[in-house]
Design a protein around this ligand. Structure first.
Ligand code: SIN
Length: 494
């Protein structure tokens, strides 16, 4: 492990967590984990294969009968204990997130609180998985609906929020009475293993939570084993649309239930009647969280022609002042990108946009200096005069790049905003109440931020439509994703 900061040593795990035991992979092959700021190796974890995945599924399946038989109140108590352990280790977890993912420490602390809030929320929701009594459709009958756990859940989680995304999948699954096998992203397995350690410490029974780590190369084998396994009844995934489609295809033979939280390509619209200062602040919050590496990050910023210059000027001043640097420096606001592939994609989008007529108002290049001293830093960038011929119109950039597009009418901008196969989130700023209701009704997304750049909350349903996937995470809707609806019909009653 890197020495830049001491982290509670028992949270630094280098084994899979299967059936309540810490085990090396069956193939005894290893995956090195790198600090994205420097490329230095900070740890290693098993590069697991199909046998490890199978053992994890067997452990989860073995633990299921006892776990689903516990009372919701007992499951809630255990989730609360896990929540308390996460909060008690918040500083260590934040350092670990920063270390392997690269986000500045302040943001990593925010992620711990955000992830923990899902655990607390679903501890509270566990006891509210109500069924129904339906007025009988025929004499002498009782008609009832009960909710039951789906079974073993496979959670496949991304690198951008290594703690929060795992927590918001595992907590509702456990609350519902399901058991879990999880595979974290290859860039950020350490945080997932630390969370498993805290679940162990909280007293979650062996086999209820299992974590298997694997490289990108072996992900298809480990996850493939779960896709083919009839014991696994549900897949919950956050990541790219291409992988989401592969999971849907791969699980077709066993007809698993899926929750897919996929790519976004979010539009952010600034109408001529907007409060420009508030819109700039909202965009800064939405766009530069985690260096632009979020699925709800605004990818296309549409600004009305009448306010374009004013907005571009205010925004550029704010973006040019952002400080790029490693997570460990308190003043850093934009950390390194996750890896060199990410930087290459950002640079490809920026250069393509410039070649097609965009102007770099600030940034527009990778950074390497005495503070941002590593291979994966990219300058916070504003590109003016973007158009629909550019790659960044149709592909997510996933980096600290704002592309400004001009528009002239509401009709036109709503058409542009919806002109994408994706439908996760959209944002707009306006002070016209009629327009607010009209536009929020016409935007084809699962989430709309209205005069608001930061909408994520454990109390709200997070998820998309179209090729951004289906299923919702968080809120009371998030628990339903892990429950089957069973109808009981009793006859022969006097
Ligand atoms: C994501 O980027 O996948 C999730 C972001 C969030 O929860 O706000």
């Amino acid at each position: 492990m890197s020495e830049w900061t001491p982290i509670r040593s028992d949270l630094l795990r280098d084994r899979n967590f299967i059936g309540g035991a810490w085990r090396i992979g069956r193939e005894d092959t290893w995956l090195e984990v790198a600090d994205p700021a420097t490329g230095a190796v900070i740890g290693r974890v098993p590069d697991s294969g199909a046998r490890d995945a199978d053992e994890a599924a067997a452990a989860a399946s073995g633990a299921l009968p006892a776990w689903r038989a516990t009372t919701a109140r007992d499951r809630a108590q255990l989730l609360k204990r896990w929540h308390a352990r996460i909060l008690a280790s918040a500083e260590d977890l934040a350092k670990l997130i920063s270390l392997e993912q690269g986000k500045p420490l302040g943001e990593a602390r925010g992620e711990v609180a955000y992830g923990a809030s899902y655990v607390e929320w679903f501890a509270e929701e566990a006891v509210r998985a109500y069924g129904d009594i339906i007025p009988a459709a025929a004499a002498g009958r009782r008609m009832m609906v009960v909710k039951e756990p789906l079974g073993v859940v496979a959670a496949i989680t991304p690198w951008n929020f290594p703690l929060a995304m795992l927590a918001r999948k595992v907590a509702p699954a456990l609350a519902a009475g399901c058991t879990v096998v999880a595979k974290p992203a290859e860039d950020t397995p350490l945080t997932a293993l630390a969370l498993a350690r805290l679940a162990e410490e909280a007293g979650l029974p062996a086999g209820t939570v299992n974590v298997v780590t694997a490289s990108r190369g072996n992900a298809a084998v480990t996850v493939g084993a779960w896709l083919a396994d009839p014991r696994v009844r549900k897949i919950t995934f956050t990541g790219s649309t291409a992988v989401g489609k592969a999971l849907a295809r791969g699980s077709a033979d066993t007809l698993k239930k899926l929750s897919l939280e996929l790519g976004g390509n979010a539009p952010f619209i600034v109408f001529e009647d907007a409060d420009i200062g508030a819109a700039v602040e909202g965009l800064m919050r939405a766009k530069f969280r985690n260096g632009g590496q979020t699925c709800v990050s605004p990818n296309r910023v549409y600004v009305h022609d009448a306010v374009y210059e004013e907005f571009a000027q205010q925004l550029t001043a704010r973006v040019a002042a952002l400080r790029v640097g490693p997570a460990k420096l308190a003043e850093s606001q934009i950390g390194p990108m996750i890896n060199s592939r990410a930087v290459e994609k950002i640079e490809r989008h920026v250069q393509d946009a410039i070649a097609r007529g965009a102007t770099a108002l600030t940034g527009g290049h990778p950074v390497r200096d005495e503070i941002a001293d590593g291979p994966n830093y990219y300058a916070p960038t504003v590109l003016g005069e973007a158009n629909h011929e550019m790659a960044l119109f149709s592909e997510e950039t996933f980096g600290p790049v704002v592309a400004l597009f001009r528009f002239r009418s509401e009709e036109e901008v709503v058409r542009y905003a919806n002109d994408t196969p994706y439908g996760l989130a959209a944002y707009f700023y306006s002070r016209d109440v009629s327009r607010i209701w009209r536009v929020s009704g016409r935007l084809e997304t699962g989430i709309v931020g209205i005069n608001e750049g930061a909408f994520a909350s454990e109390a709200a349903p997070f998820g998309g439509i179209k090729e951004s996937g289906y299923g919702r995470e968080g809120s009371r809707y998030g628990l339903d994703e892990y429950l089957a609806t069973k109808y009981l019909c009793q006859g022969e009653l006097a």
